[in-house]
Structures are given as C-alpha cells and as structure tokens.
Design a protein. Structure first.
Length: 365
C-alpha cells in the first residue's frame, strides 16, 4: 500500500530550548573559536578553493559518486576538456557542486538566500546532460518518493508533499529563514529539515540542502567565511541522519534531530579549526623557507599551491600570471629541490603533473 504524501507543518515549530542549552553552547563556542581563527586570514582564498572542493567531493559521495579529492584535483591539473567533463558523471557532479557553493558565497552579499538564488544554485548543480532532464532551477511538477534503489512507491520510506503544495510551503520556509530567531543554529537545523521534507526539486535536494547549511552559517554571520561543512558528519552517521529526519516527520521529534545537528556543527567546527590551523602553520613555515629562493614570485607561487595542490607548468603559469615560461620552470625546480612538491609523473618529460603532498596529508587526516 502506497504511503500518502507528507505535508510538513508550517514553521516555526514549538521547541523546548531548555533541553538544547548544552548542545547550543558547545556548538556556538566551537564556531566562535573557528571564526576567530578565520578572521586572522589575510587571504581567505588560501584555504577556500581546496576546502570547498573537499566538501563538494564529500557531499557528492553521499549521493553515490566514487571520485576522490585527489582524483578531482589531479584531473583539473592535467586539464580537462568540456567533452571529457560531460562523459565523467562523477567528476561533473563534484565540479557543479563546487561552482554552486562558490556562486552562493559570491552573491550572498547582494542577494538574499531566497527562492531565486536557491533555484540558481540548483540550476548550476544540475548543469549536465543528465541534469537537463531533471528540471534544473525549477520546482518539481510531479510526485516523487524516497526509498532504496529500485523501490516502488509502495516500498518508499518517505513521500514528500504534492507538487501543488511546494510554493506555499517554500514561501513559509523562506520567511522563517529571514526571521530573527532566538538561536540561529537551531533555526538552521529546523530549516534544513524543512527543506528536505518539502523536497522541492526533482533531483539534487540532498546536495542543495547540505549546501544551504554552509550558506546560512555565512549569511547569519556565524562565520566570516563558510569553512564548516556537514557532509562529512552526515556521511559518517548516514543511517542516524536519515532516521532522525524521518523521526521529525513521523513523530514530531525535533529534539533528537536538533541535538544531532548541533553535535555535527560542534564536531565539524572543531575539525575545521584544527585543519585550518595546521594549514596556516604549514603556510607560515614554508613562507620563511622559500625566502632563500630569491624570487619575487615565490610567495605567490606558494599561495597557489595551497589553492590547488595539484598542478602542471601550464596551470600554475595561468594561475600565477607569470608570463615568462622559464621563470615557472625555475620555480618548479626550486620547490622540487626543497622537497615542497613532488613529481607525480617522473616517467614523462613533458606535460608533467606535480603535487603539494603536505597539504593533501592534512586534508586526508
């Protein structure tokens, strides 16, 4: 027997904040420490590109992609044609997610986090041959259901609202996001559940929902730059994540879901702080070492390694803006001799790929 479509109650929900006090305090404290560290960054781009790419990989892996961070970065360093990208579905989905997140970060100062922007992000996410058939940038016009691969609607674990209800429910969600609530973190946790329950798009709801968490943290000024991502936590606790979302729908159990969500914020903020500090320490250490290279381009070259730890002579030349090819090769040789980078293609004489392995070790830890 098929389940009836579920229509989530309008927001805001009735919550007992007293039961969440300790979780809220821990999460806010960890976010505060992370933001204090990020505020010291002279150049947020030093960390942003690689961190965003890592989140894109992790969020896409929840949806079944198998590409790794190393594979994405190495493929970009080799240079990938549009035709190659279109054929590699996993790689395309990671790049789309990264572009959507970067677009959201870039425009949030000028645009509110509202329906139009969220539809823009969705259109970027589904920018591929496969996505064209999934109504990119548009609310769904048909009934969908969630279940195990190959499951029928009779076997579905959850059936989101009918298409005709989406506009009203989404307008309510949008108004809620922009109200001043007692606790912003709780508000973000509630909004994440509601977005997933509405399931407004035909495809990509999970990825957009996770992306919105990062953007809401940034929009509500809880972080000066969105360097905390929950995909890793949700993937590590996948079954619990889905069960708790379902618990809100079936039993109205907001407390269990919000405690889980706040625990995720706390853990990921601590991890982001640790990773960011190790990256900044590495950058400071290498900055002093490369002074002996006697090159006015060395520090800019180093910054680009932190932005993307895989590169070729061609890609690093484009990214640094160094016009003289010989200057690029001289710098590569100096960084190789100093052990800062390694040659990933020693068997090749041309089109070589290099790797800043110390950064990757930190990201993989």
């Amino acid at each position: 027997m098929a389940k009836n479509p579920f229509s989530p109650p309008k927001l805001p929900p009735k919550l007992h904040y007293g039961n969440l006090v300790s979780e809220i305090a821990r999460a806010n404290k960890s976010l505060g420490r992370l933001d204090a560290l990020l505020s010291q960054l002279k150049n947020p781009r030093l960390l942003s590109r690689t961190m965003v790419t890592r989140e894109a990989v992790l969020s896409s892996q929840i949806e079944g992609t198998e590409v790794t961070l190393n594979e994405v970065l190495e493929k970009e360093a080799r240079g990938v044609t549009k035709e190659e990208i279109s054929k590699d579905r996993d790689f395309r989905e990671v790049i789309n997610y990264r572009q959507a997140l970067e677009h959201g970060i870039r425009v949030l100062g000028d645009q509110p986090l509202a329906e139009n922007l969220i539809k823009e992000l969705h259109a970027i996410l589904l920018r591929s041959a496969r996505g064209k058939n999934r109504a990119p940038g548009e609310f769904r016009r048909k009934l969908v259901y969630i279940g195990k691969p190959g499951a029928t609607i009779e076997e579905a674990s959850f059936v989101p609202p009918l298409p005709g209800e989406i506009i009203e429910l989404f307008s309510n969600l949008e108004r809620y996001i922009h109200t001043e609530e007692r606790e912003a973190l709780v508000q973000i946790g509630v909004a994440h559940y509601q977005f997933e329950a509405i399931h407004p798009f035909e495809d990509g709801n999970g990825r957009i929902g996770r992306l919105l968490i990062s953007l809401m943290l940034f929009q509500k000024k809880l972080l000066s730059y969105p360097f905390i991502y929950l995909s890793e936590f949700f993937e590590e606790h996948r079954r619990e994540y889905y069960d708790l979302l379902l618990g809100v729908s079936e039993k109205g159990d907001w407390e269990s879901w919000l405690k889980f969500f706040l625990r995720g914020i706390n853990i990921q903020a601590q991890k982001a702080q640790e990773v960011s500090q190790r990256i900044l320490d590495l950058h400071m250490s290498l900055n002093s070492r490369i002074t002996e290279f006697n090159s006015r381009y060395a520090h800019h070259f180093l910054d680009e390694l932190f932005s993307n730890p895989y590169f070729s002579s061609h890609t690093i030349k484009d990214r640094t803006g160094i016009k003289n090819v010989q200057t690029v090769f001289t710098l590569i040789a100096k960084f190789l001799n100093a052990g800062v980078i390694i040659d990933m293609t020693p068997q090749k004489k041309r089109n070589k790929i290099y790797c800043f392995n110390e950064l990757l070790k930190i990201l993989d830890s």
